[in-house]
Design a protein around this ligand. Sequence first.
Ligand SMILES: *Cc1c(COP(=O)(O)O)cnc(C)c1O
Length: 344
Amino acid sequence: MKIMDFRSDTVTRPSEEMRKAMAYAEVGDDIYGDDPSSNALSKYTAELTGKEAAIYACSGTMGNLISFLAAGRHGESLLAGKRSHVWNAEVGGFSAVAGLCPYPLDDDEGIPKVQDIEPASRADNNIHHPDTTILCLENTHNYTGGIAVSPERFAEVAREGHRLGFHVHLDGARIFNASVYYGVDVKEFTKEADSIQFCLSKGLGAPMGSMLCGSHEFIEKAKKARKRLGGAQRQLGIVAAAGLYALKNNISRLSEDHANGKLLCELLINGGVCVEKVPNMTNMVFFSLTESCPSDEIFVNSCSERGLLLNALSPRRIRLVTHLDVDREDVERAASIILEVISQ
Ligand SMILES: *Cc1c(COP(=O)(O)O)cnc(C)c1O
């Protein structure tokens, strides 16, 4: 039985061509700055995002954390969406490691509202308040359903952050899904942020890693923070080569994942499933289980017995993610398995 894995776009495996690029990558010691493949990836990334510099981070979580360490100080405040990844899925690193005091904002539309930023920042001279330093935005927005926030909306909120003197960090784990969705250069988003983290390991198909981009000054600080976390590595070129391959070959094809996400959404709706966020924007489809389904676990297990892997993200809320290792046919089979399991 063929297993179709829709749990996340992180499950993609390196292609034959990517593996060749890794196998023959030129390497050196990246901590000495001597790894040609890592240097090439940093240079390419900086140009792609329109920033002065970029460095590799072991994961998106580490990329975000490095940014918080470089831009903030213990006791300062971080503004982030209530449903953001940094708040919900990074084990509280911004507090535990970076010492930042979080302030949650409503982000049900994928981004906080402009008018909520200033009150949340408590940018007054009140002696009781922590100083706010960082505004963290996410695009595309994972837990609200893969919403791609438009360049206009993104710019408006980021500029409000700058007006108030904050460092604006973009958790752009899937920022290329947003640029592909709107058909714009990714710089339309990155130019509004002081730092950007994006994942090589998700829809772009590399086995691991993220990039963190910003000014020379910021990236120098980030390098130190990365070293402190134990995230600086030696012959990084082996994985940097995969990242470079991913950036050169796998960005524009994200539109196929979006088309598959849309198809999946339509097939489920036609079958009467309660799908969120219609029309579907990027590569994620969320739906709720109705009363007739006894539990998440039973539903997930019944699908997996039929060769379909998916995730229950919160009680009765199921997520499927399309990516480069699933095709149109898999989407059709996935939809029919879901409909079959629900009807039982
Ligand atoms: C996956 C993800 C991250 C973290 O990436 P890891 O490599 O899994 O640590 C950060 N932000 C968002 C929005 C993500 O989806």
